[in-house]
Design a protein around this ligand. Structure first.
Ligand code: ZN
Ligand code: ZN
Length: 260
């Protein structure tokens, strides 16, 4: 369970995903309640939907130190900076799940503004980051500040900010270098475009691979536990357990049928 959960601004638009069905609308109130009080508060989480794709940029704040990390600053830097200022926290790091424009288009500008390092994704997404300018021209996004991650990530790595440590899982399929960040203490995963509430990431991009995506879910994410809440790259949060029951693409019953 999370100490506090907030959504900055509107969080009502369904993502623009041409081939994937629209996830359910996001709940407007707090996602977590405190049936069981937490013994300690580690991290506050704020979703900041950014870009016309309403990508779930996420501000993670270490409760003890008020130091923060931003996951996937796709754009709308002023909005992200506004939330950092509003909460009065100190940005320490930027983490990236993958190299798509809507997730990392604002990383270079945010890193320059706050003089913080960029960590992630896995180096197999370097070819995506190299074409950020071309991606933005194609979608009519503002010209992104070029960047190169200060640290590439791999399976088994950890990243940290304040007193918080997140585990890194390499989860290829949507892109070859996609990573997922997991807080064991919070039972919370930031999964980018691997999994959505009621859907999964597209695999029709260059070097996308559906079998890899399914393997990532089965072998990396499901073993973390049904109780894990995940923040997807777009749309509302859910839990792995909920998706294993009801996701039309990767529910256990669906995968069992497709394996026969
Ligand atoms: Zn993506
Ligand atoms: Zn995305």
């Amino acid at each position: 369970m999370i100490a506090a959960w907030k959504t900055a601004g509107d969080f009502t638009e369904a993502p623009t995903r041409p081939t994937a069905p629209s996830p359910r609308r996001a709940p407007s109130g707090p996602i977590y309640n405190s049936e069981k009080p937490r013994p300690r508060y580690l991290m506050n989480v704020t979703l900041i939907p950014v870009t016309p794709f309403q990508q779930n940029c996420t501000l993670l704040v270490c409760d003890a130190t008020r130091r923060a990390a931003v996951v996937d600053p796709g754009g709308d830097i002023d909005r992200i900076a506004g939330e950092i200022e509003r909460q009065g926290v100190t940005l320490e790091k930027i983490f990236l799940t993958h190299g798509h424009l809507d997730h990392c288009g604002g990383a270079g500008a945010l890193a320059a503004k706050y003089h913080v390092p960029i960590e992630g994704p896995h180096p197999d997404d370097a070819f995506w980051i190299d074409q950020l300018q071309a991606q933005s021209a194609r979608f009519g996004f503002p010209e992104p500040e070029p960047f190169s991650p200060d640290r590439w990530l791999g399976d088994g790595d950890t990243v940290s900010f304040g007193n918080v440590t997140l585990e890194v899982f390499h989860c290829p399929g949507h892109t070859p270098g996609h990573v997922v960040f997991f807080s064991k203490d919070e039972r919370l995963a930031s999964v980018g475009d691997v999994l959505f509430a009621g859907s999964i990431g597209r695999t029709d991009f260059p070097r996308g691979n559906h079998a890899d995506l399914i393997a990532s879910l089965r072998n990396k994410l499901w073993p973390l536990g049904d109780d894990v809440t995940f923040i997807p790259g777009h749309g509302p949060v859910s839990t792995f357990g909920q998706e294993r029951q009801t996701n039309p693409y990767v529910a256990d019953s669906v995968l069992a049928r497709s394996a026969v």
